[in-house]
Design a protein around this ligand. Structure first.
Ligand code: TMP
Length: 202
């Protein structure tokens, strides 16, 4: 059994990750890859319950620490149950969101300690790192207009400005792995930019 390719897609809410993940899946399957498309939070049955805890706007008492740990718990289960087995079977995994989302949303967005978020997630994932991360970049003001206002998406535009700046800081720190792709344009234009970045690593 070979080791499959682990690709993650990142971006603020409403940027179009799911559409682009599915277009990328179809393009890679056409080239003969076996592809698993998945997402966080909620890519497993247990995880879908954690997702409800995290996103229900009624959960106003949920602390920042609990928020970090619930995302990490969802991720631990997802990596164990879905991502690692698929990679071990030689499949390409396309995952919407991974540790970078916790760094951007809870670290840069909420101003919580990046090193602690890294440490807890390193533990939760057994140190699993994406081979390639595509960050779909667009103005959060345009993206958020298209989303349902769950517990996270109802945060302010200032918050989302920090989240975007966080993703761009990760890109600067890890330019080999973390590629910034403009999400402005038609679906086809964005899809072809994404595919070009992926072709650089396969
Ligand atoms: P989704 O809308 O892309 O499914 O993600 C749900 C929300 O969870 C979205 O607002 C981003 C947020 N999120 C975090 O804040 N931290 C994380 O680690 C992840 C995976 C998602």
């Amino acid at each position: 059994m070979g080791k499959g390719l682990f690709i993650t897609l990142e971006g603020v809410d409403g940027v179009g990750k799911t559409t682009q993940a599915l277009l990328l899946k179809a393009a890679l399957e056409q080239r003969g890859h076996q592809v698993v498309h998945t997402f966080e939070p909620g890519g497993t049955e247990l995880g879908s319950r954690i997702r409800q805890l995290l996103l229900n706007p009624e959960h106003t008492e949920l602390s920042s620490m609990t928020e970090i740990l619930l995302y990490a718990a969802d991720r631990a289960q997802h990596v164990h149950e879905k991502v690692r087995p698929a990679l071990a079977a030689g499949k390409t995994v396309i995952c919407e969101r991974f540790v970078d989302s916790s760094l951007a949303y809870q670290g840069y967005g909420l101003g919580l300690e990046l090193a602690a978020i890294e440490a807890v997630n390193h533990w939760a994932t057994g140190g699993l790192k994406p081979d390639l991360t595509i960050y779909l970049d667009a103005d959060p003001a345009d993206c958020l207009a298209r989303t349902k206002k769950d517990r996270i998406a109802q945060r302010t535009l200032e918050y989302y400005g920090r989240v975007r700046a966080g993703f761009l800081a990760i890109a600067q720190a890890e330019p080999e792995r973390f590629k910034v792709i403009s999400a402005v344009g038609t679906l086809e234009q964005v899809a072809s930019r994404v595919l070009k970045a992926v072709e650089g690593v396969i």
